[in-house]
Design a protein around this ligand. Structure first.
Ligand code: NAP
Ligand code: MN
Length: 271
């Protein structure tokens, strides 16, 4: 089995990285080699943000890579192994069950005014905004006119990303067992000209959300996806859909999504 360890640079992550490597190398019953270029397993050491970066570093290899997140800060959503559980983790690697849990990801196809195209993927969400002023956009669903948006921006989130930015802008938390993507409005202006639904919309596997700049208003649109972003003055249209590939996490133990939500956002019951 080939393993890559992806980490952030904070001191504790580097310590955990060293400790993890030492523990793996100490196991002579293990058939494990380190291979950053073509790994079977990518272990992210850091926070959820680190796992998002690891996802993008290996997004071309989603068909065979399985991810594992070790967190070195507070409890993460993707990074759900704790730094004191490394022995358990190494044991699971040695006796790899090959099982995985798959979560849906979103894809955006961007069409530029110079006729070029670009495809991006996101594990959490893709957010479009204008650098200054409001974003004005015509939203079609499955090829038909849906609404005319004006406001701060639009977010299209995955189920596992629904607890991140999406939640902060009033979106629902969605189980990653559902093949879904969620469109949420960020600061929409509603009047007789700009009329939007006003509530988050959850769409399914065959749905396509298309966002077009009305008229010639293509100036400086900011596209933020997970930990990445770029600005372009030439975006004509963006089509969002659930990507054909999913992210795989190594399933070495039961990952309880709802328990993670409970611990992160609510905490123990007051007696
Ligand atoms: P960051 O500023 O460190 O991320 C913001 C927080 O979101 C961090 O606490 C991060 O956890 C957490 N987070 C990331 N993915 C999550 C998920 N799926 N569920 C719940 N919390 C999650 O920036 P970053 O580390 O580069 O992460 C990028 C993400 O930040 C974006 O994908 C977006 O979702 C989120 N974000 C949120 C807001 C907002 O809520 N207003 C604004 C901008 C970006 P860690 O500390 O473990 O990394
Ligand atoms: Mn972060």
């Amino acid at each position: 089995m080939k393993i890559a360890i992806y980490h952030n640079d904070n001191d504790h992550s580097v310590e955990v990285l060293d400790e993890l490597k030492t523990k793996i190398l100490a196991r002579d019953d293990a058939d494990i080699i380190f291979d950053d270029a073509h790994p079977d397993i990518v272990i992210s050491v850091g926070g959820d943000g680190t796992l998002l970066s690891a996802f993008h570093a290996y997004e071309q290899q989603l068909d065979h890579v399985r991810f594992i997140g070790v967190h070195t800060g507070h409890l993460g959503f993707y990074a759900d192994w704790q730094d004191f559980e490394l022995d358990d983790l190494v044991n699971s690697l040695v006796h790899d069950s090959k099982e995985s849990v798959e979560y849906p990801i979103v894809q955006a196809n961007l069409f530029f005014t110079d006729q070029t195209q670009r495809t991006i993927l996101a594990l959490n969400e893709i957010v479009i905004k204008r650098s200054f002023g409001t974003l004005s956009a015509i939203v079609d669903i499955n090829g038909d006119y849906f609404e005319r948006f004006r406001g701060d921006g639009l977010s299209i989130a995955t189920p596992s990303g629904s607890t991140a930015y999406n939640k902060a802008v009033g979106g629902a938390v969605v189980s990653p067992s559902l093949e879904a993507m969620q469109l949420t409005e960020i600061g929409s202006i509603n009047n007789r000209v700009f009329r939007t639904l006003g509530s988050p919309v959850i769409l399914g596997a065959s749905d396509v959300i298309s966002v077009k700049a009305p008229d010639a208003e293509t100036d400086s649109v900011q596209v933020a996806y997970d930990t990445l972003h770029f600005v372009s003055e030439q975006i004509e249209k963006i089509e969002f859909k659930i990507a054909p590939t999913k992210i795989k996490f190594a399933k070495y133990r039961h990952m309880n999504f709802w328990q993670r939500i409970q611990t992160s956002f609510i905490g123990p019951e007051e007696k």
